[in-house]
Design a protein around this ligand. Structure first.
Ligand SMILES: *Cc1c(COP(=O)(O)O)cnc(C)c1O
Length: 391
């Protein structure tokens, strides 16, 4: 028996090393990794340029403290602000911490405007993390059960429903922000209409609320643009990032712009590890390689091709409800729970995942080749067809 706390139902496999889109287990068996550690390994495994940059940084400096100026951290903040057209960045170590920073920022923003019980609108089926505040913001009872009392100051509305937001605006005082994923990841790769974010932007402007986008899973090139909000042609006031930012080295970020910028003053927030030289170098190198190797364009075209292939090969199956997503964040919703497909894929040497009970989730790294995408389809499609043919 392992001495690990029993927090995960783990697949029966242990990996020793990886290369590109592939992982090897302790028995030497090879797996095609179409999950990327849940949208984390942007550059796949053991990317040569990434490995070299990290090794060099480890040889120079891993950590100092945020009581000092950190050059690598200033560089990643500059880069993120340039790409997102935002103004300032707080660096932390994970997605939930980035969202904690956003929630604290929204409360501080409200308090600075004389709102003493600031309230944030959040969505059904949302996922924002597992700290107390972020699990309270999450719209999944399974994540919250047993951890009551929940953190107050959230009101929940259905996703992709502007009318519900307008209702809250009319009836709830003290709203300061809307926190929303541009694409719901854990909730089942739910992709709202492009007019949704545009409508949210408008409502937030009318009421001086902060539009806070959780791009922890959908951001950083996966949809074919740096950030998912860029497809809607809007700008958020706050955006959170993590998963793919450091290609596997833990780093999260909370960005602010416009009326949200300048909210925090020294002493308001902090993190011991946040944005240390190693993590900042991992993020900066990831973004530079994405740019040099044109990985956004690649994610857009390869993702569109995979989606179209899935549509052709599975779209006509009776049990396939929808095939959703954009770029390399894709979901195949079936009409019944399908967690068992994950184990069957594993046996066949393919790593995928199922979320929201009945949505097969594909999050390949941005370095996936067309040939690897073909292998993914050739392994996955028969598994789904066989699964649906059962009983
Ligand atoms: C994974 C995820 C988080 C939480 O990130 P952690 O690094 O696990 O804390 C928050 N928001 C979204 C949208 C996520 O997908």
């Amino acid at each position: 028996m392992s001495h690990l706390m029993n927090t995960y139902n783990r697949q029966p496999v242990t990996f020793t090393h990886g290369e590109g889109a592939w992982l090897w287990d302790i028995n030497g068996k090879r797996y095609l990794d179409a999950l990327s550690g849940i949208a984390v390994n942007t550059l796949g495994h053991a990317h040569p340029k990434f490995t070299a940059a990290l090794s060099a940084q480890i040889g120079k400096l891993i950590h100092v403290s945020n009581v000092y100026q950190i050059r690598e951290q200033e560089l990643i903040a500059d880069k993120l602000c340039e790409l997102a057209k935002m103004q300032e960045v707080f660096l932390c170590n994970s997605g939930c911490e980035a969202n904690e920073a956003a929630i604290k920022l929204a409360r501080m923003y409200g308090n600075q405007r004389g709102i003493d019980t600031p309230t944030i609108i959040v969505m059904e089926k949302a996922f924002h993390g597992r700290t107390l505040a972020t699990l309270s913001a999450t719209g999944n009872r399974k994540v919250q059960a047993g951890f009551e009392p929940l953190v107050k100051g959230f009101v929940r509305v259905p996703y992709d429903d502007l009318e519900a937001i307008r209702q809250v605006a009319a009836h709830t005082p003290n709203i300061v922000a809307v926190l929303v994923e541009p694409i719901q990841g854990e909730g089942g790769i739910r992709t709202p209409d492009i007019s949704y974010l545009q409508g949210l932007r408008k409502i937030c402007d009318e009421h001086e609320w902060l539009l806070m986008l959780d791009e922890v899973q959908c951001g950083l090139g996966r949809t074919g643009k740096w950030f998912a909000f860029q497809h809607a042609g809007i700008l958020p006031d706050v955006m959170t990032l993590a998963k793919g930012l450091g290609s596997g080295v833990p780093i999260g970020a909370c960005l602010a712009a416009g009326k949200a910028a300048g909210t925090f003053k020294p002493g308001n927030h902090g993190s011991t590890f946040g944005g240390n030289p190693l993590a900042s170098t991992a993020a900066l190198t990831t973004l530079n390689i994405m740019e040099q190797d044109k990985l956004l364009e690649h994610a857009a075209t390869l993702g569109a091709w995979i989606k179209q292939q899935l549509q052709t090969r599975l779209g006509g199956e009776k049990g396939v409800v929808t095939i959703r997503g954009q770029g390399l964040i894709l979901g195949i919703e079936l009409d019944k729970p399908c967690a068992e497909i994950v184990g069957k894929a594993l046996t066949n040497g393919l790593l995928i995942n199922v979320t929201a009970d009945n949505v097969i989730r594909l999050l390949p790294s941005l370095i996936f080749s067309q040939a690897e995408a073909q292998q993914l389809l050739d392994m996955l499609c028969p598994l789904i067809t066989d699964f649906l043919a059962q009983e």
